[in-house]
Design a protein around this ligand. Sequence first.
Ligand SMILES: N=CN[C@@H](CCC(=O)O)C(=O)O
Ligand SMILES: [Zn+2]
Length: 411
Amino acid sequence: MNVLFKNIKELIQVRETPVTFLAGKEMRSLPTIKNAFLLVKDGLIADYGLMKNCPDIEIKTIDATGKMILPSWCDSHTHLVYAGNREGEFVDRIRGNSYQEIANKGGGILNSAKKLQETSEEDLYNQSKARLEEIIQLGTGAVEIKSGYGLTKDAELKMLRVIKKLKERYPIQIKATFLGAHAIPLAYKDNKNGYLQMLIADILPTIKREGLADFIDIFCETGYFSANDTQQILEAGKKYGLIGKIHVNQFTAIGGIQVGVKNDVLSVDHLEEMRTEDIETLKKTQTMPVALPSCSYFLSIPYTPARKMIDAGLPLALATDYNPGSTPSGNMNFVVATACIKMKMTPEEAINAATINGAYAMSLERKVGSITRGKLANLILTKEINSYHFIPYSFGNPCIEKVFLKGTEIK
Ligand SMILES: N=CN[C@@H](CCC(=O)O)C(=O)O
Ligand SMILES: [Zn+2]
């Protein structure tokens, strides 16, 4: 698609020289051009600059007077392929049961796994595509989606095949993650190692053969999988060409970050419980810490200590964690606002975390995450707003007028 945006009040996240990710003080700066144009050719960002240098060409034009343009959100952590919902557990929590107590009684991930195992691939696809369409309208232009609600060979592969179909049929960038080690299924209640061996020996070869995943993930947490289990899964993933990511330090710190860094994982996600040594371990590495503020909000658990981490020089990405148990929301606008309101990130830091750093956490930093020549024209056109500070300020009320994927407006 070819299109010329004119009179853009402010073009946000303009990176003339491509960056891989931003860390520490670098996150404070968000380069913009006021009164700008943006030219899209063949779905890519072809050029941009001051309006006074706008090319005079015959092309479809969109007048953006009073409005801003920024790169689409990059949501590097979701579980948006799932079956049914868990609103019953939500009410149980209001009545005083904790997330862990509910999980221990067979609720939680096992509850979703039962539902998913009983759902056909077609039905699962239809439920999931509705969520994907919803997040596209909310401004997301790149998303990672995990398996992990199957917990049997058939059901895990069913999830991954649904993700593959979504990838093929939608213009949004999608990365797939194998999260077989999300919980220990009842059939392996007293045989966790047997379950891990099944994942490694039985499922991984099929994933490789059918090209079903880009990344491998594990829930490294007390009552789920240990640091040693994490080492095993990451090593096995590497053999099959899958880059590591970990769910880690959500409720307890059990050494998963150290194992992750040792294995050069791309990202460590959750991080609600961070010890000083965990922050130290992440310094000077290529591993992206990812915070999930909507999960903290929904479960009333601590927020990732973003201030402490960024002030220590670390990078940080923001993602939704869209899933039926801990975060039934895929709204990146809410994530950005909550990061500012509850985690004391500045709007500049939050927007950097939700665009270029999120792109890095999916190995997509060369394609999306900034306004840079040659990147995909995945864009958010805002309503008329005074400043980009209004984006997190108007929490719960996205100020998006239109969204574009590869330069095409998505209605
Ligand atoms: N913490 C582990 N997994 C998901 C939630 C799983 C669920 O409750 O269904 C998460 O990232 O929050
Ligand atoms: Zn998650």
